[in-house]
Write a protein of this length. Structure first.
Length: 72
């Protein structure tokens, strides 16, 4: 919730949600996600980490950024 509040502050959000509303929304998301087999991701991590987690979850090989070779 702290991250959501921080982002609202940065944006100057005129109609920000209360902590109670944010908490209820997060609880509702979890209630929907867990029984359906959805995986919850921490979107505050670097994009490469999130992409690697998604790739692993669906059985794809994770690309090694250091192995990238530009086309000749």
């Amino acid at each position: 919730m702290a991250e959501s509040e921080r982002r609202s502050d940065l944006k100057g959000e005129p109609f920000r949600d209360s902590r109670e509303v944010l908490s209820a929304r997060l609880a509702h998301y979890r209630e929907l996600a867990l029984p359906s087999g959805c995986t919850m991701l921490d979107g505050s991590r670097p994009a490469a980490e999130i992409a690697a987690e998604i790739a692993a979850a669906v059985g794809l090989a994770v690309a090694d950024d250091d192995a990238h070779q530009p086309a000749a």
